[in-house]
Design a protein around this ligand. Structure first.
Ligand SMILES: Nc1ncnc2c1ncn2[C@@H]1O[C@H](COP(=O)(O)OP(=O)(O)OP(=O)(O)O)[C@@H](O)[C@H]1O
Length: 596
């Protein structure tokens, strides 16, 4: 009932008209189905009466009438069933699209932690597995269940009128099969639940072997056979377990089917004996044969629908669980207005952070500030917490302890979208969109029109314009081989595109995480030569391992194992003779050696 309560609004919102029509046709279908059965019974009765009477042409007229009426009703039944299927199909398509939209709406705002935790990720994957067709399926199964239930009750009443002893026989033919189905549906669902991670690993291995990302390494390290072996073992384990369940179900279903068939033929023998004794008419025997078979197939449908319904209910639980997820990082009840202009800037106050599910903190006691127009640099060893700090700054995560303020106000008190609009960010693992070069840049400010000149000026600032002009269709060239006319570009060129994307938005702070790792020294030099002008004197936070890049920053923070261990200007840090000075000298030493 809970599932149904959650589904009905979904259906109502997405396909009101077709839901009503599908329901109407379903009711008509059930009524017409029953009418056909009733008319058949009447026909048998009339024909049975005729068996005793002397046949005259007039006495045959009611038979003809019943045949005609049954024929017309059957025809109407067929037409309505076709219309009902059509309505269900349309309803199903509309609801599926609606559910897709709902899933996407949740997925794009879900906390980043959602994607980084396997437990949450399972929910998304299994919600997708549940499929967007399930809600319609639940309702149509319920309707069919109601229809078949009504018809089965009517048939049971008919059978009861023949001989009450036949009703338990009908129950034996249907109930055990139903219980077996339900048991195995649950069993299979539980098994699939336990196997999600295994399936994901198999999917991952499949992707490794077939995607272009790994084609080079796969060949050069000759990983193909190894991966095929791993994949084969996983699949055979999954197949083996699945087959075991299916074999057990088949064995039990054969036993249950055997019992049902024995019951049916025993009842038939009993009824035939009764008829031979003259206690039943031949018409009764014919009617029994006719309706018992129908009842049995209807019973099987009923079993099928109930087990489907049960399965749908289990899977819908996952879909509904996913749709109920609300991001923890969200807007406050009354968002504070973003200051314009920013006066004081951003400050970290004794910030600590650990990733959900991790015990070791990624950041500890961070005190840091970025004033308007100031260029701040973060340096430090791998894993020292630089990227994590940026994630907190952009509110992809919230601090575990301490707070971050913008002009003295906790950043959690600002509207999330307005706050995030303050930043343009390039992460180390920036995205490669399978779109045109122009679109890849415009994604930095998706609100701007398609043909905006801002794309070109951002590309010029990122030194990307010249190579884009050289592409087959310039800014309109798709940067992918996925589609015809696409073109692949080098990693350094991708980095320039990502830089242009960051320059595109008129944000107040530019954040660059290793922005020049793939640029040649000339391009890097050019980028930072007049960096302040390039970024229109906005504030910037730059992470770089190349200390030559970092030295032009107004303030440098040095991080190690999640804490800031040194900070100051380049000259101050060199004078202090600490970690920064040592790292800088090491890098400079290499260059000097080469120069020498
Ligand atoms: N999504 C995550 N979940 C759990 N732990 C993480 C996650 N991302 C990073 N970490 C851990 O947090 C610590 C800091 O990582 P972070 O990515 O901030 O380092 P970094 O200084 O940017 O490193 P690098 O210079 O290699 O880019 C590391 O110990 C890392 O293992």
């Amino acid at each position: 009932m809970d599932t149904l309560r959650a589904i009905l609004p979904l259906l109502w919102v997405s396909s009101r008209k077709w839901t009503l029509l599908a329901t109407l046709f379903m009711v008509m279908e059930a009524c017409l189905g029953l009418a056909v059965l009733y008319l058949l019974k009447q026909l048998v009765d009339v024909v049975t009466q005729l068996l005793g009477d002397a046949t005259s042409p007039d006495s045959f007229t009611p038979v003809l009438w019943y045949v005609a009426l049954t024929g017309v009703t059957t025809l109407a039944f067929i037409v309505i069933r076709a219309l009902s299927n059509l309505a269900k199909e349309i309803q199903s398509l509309l609801v599926a699209d609606h559910i897709d939209q709902e899933i996407h709406a949740r997925a794009v705002v879900a906390d980043l932690a959602f994607y980084e935790s396997p437990r949450y990720f399972d929910t998304l994957e299994r919600a997708r597995e549940a499929g967007n067709h399930r809600p319609v399926q639940v309702v149509s199964n319920l309707m069919m269940l109601a229809r078949n239930g009504i018809m089965l009750t009517a048939i049971a009443a008919l059978i009861l009128s023949l001989n009450w002893l036949l009703v338990p026989v009908l129950a034996i033919a249907i109930v055990p099969a139903l219980l077996v189905r339900l048991h195995f549906t649950r069993h299979l669902y539980d098994w699939q639940h336990r196997r999600t991670q295994m399936e994901r690993r198999a999917g991952y291995l499949d992707w490794l072997m077939t995607s272009n990302y790994h084609a080079k390494e796969l060949r050069l390290y000759q990983l193909g056979e190894h991966l095929r072996g791993c994949y084969g073992r996983l699949r055979s384990q999954i197949r083996h377990e699945r087959l075991q369940i299916t074999q057990r179900r088949t064995r039990i279903e054969v036993i249950v089917g055997g019992i049902a068939t024995t019951a049916f033929f025993s009842a038939l023998a009993y009824l035939a004996w009764q008829t031979a004794q003259g206690r039943n008419s031949v018409g009764d025997l014919v009617l029994f044969l006719l309706i018992f078979q129908r009842a049995q197939s209807m019973g099987q449908d009923l079993v099928h629908q109930l087990s489907n319904l049960y399965e749908d209910h289990l899977y819908m639980g996952l879909l509904l669980k996913f749709l109920a997820i609300r991001p923890v990082i969200a807007d406050p009840a009354e968002p504070a207005p973003i200051p314009d202009p920013i006066r004081e800037g951003i400050r970290f106050h004794d910030v600590g952070f650990h990733y959900p599910g991790c015990t070791t903190p990624a950041l500890r006691h961070i005190d840091l500030s970025i004033a308007p127009g100031q260029i701040v640099a973060l340096v430090g060893t791998n894993g020292s917490g630089k990227t994590s700090l940026i994630k907190l700054l952009c509110r992809l995560y919230d601090p575990t302890t301490g707070k971050i303020t913008l002009d003295g106000v906790d950043i959690r008190d600002y509207g999330l979208e307005d706050y995030r609009r303050l930043f343009s960010v390039i992460f180390q693992d920036y995205s490669h969109y399978a779109e045109s070069a122009g679109e890849n840049i415009r994604f930095g400010d998706i609100e701007s029109p398609r043909d905006t000149p801002a794309v070109k000026s951002a590309a010029i600032k990122a030194d990307a314009d010249s190579f884009i002009q050289g592409l087959s269709a310039g800014y309109d060239t798709p940067l992918t081989r996925m589609f015809d006319d696409g073109q692949e570009i080098s990693i350094g060129q991708w980095q320039k595109i990502a830089l242009a994307r960051a320059f595109m938005q008129q944000s107040r702070v530019i954040i660059l995480d290793e922005p020049t790792s793939a640029l040649d020294p000339g391009a890097e030099f050019q980028l930072f030569e007049n960096f302040r002008e390039r970024i229109d004197h906005r504030a910037a936070l730059i992470i770089s391992h190349r200390l030559s890049t970092v030295r032009m920053a107004d303030h440098i923070y040095v991080m190690e194992q999640g804490v800031i261990c040194e900070s100051g200007t380049h000259d101050e840090l060199i004078e202090r003779g600490g970690i920064y000075c040592r790292l800088f000298n090491q890098q400079a030493h290499h260059y000097r050696e080469v120069d020498a």
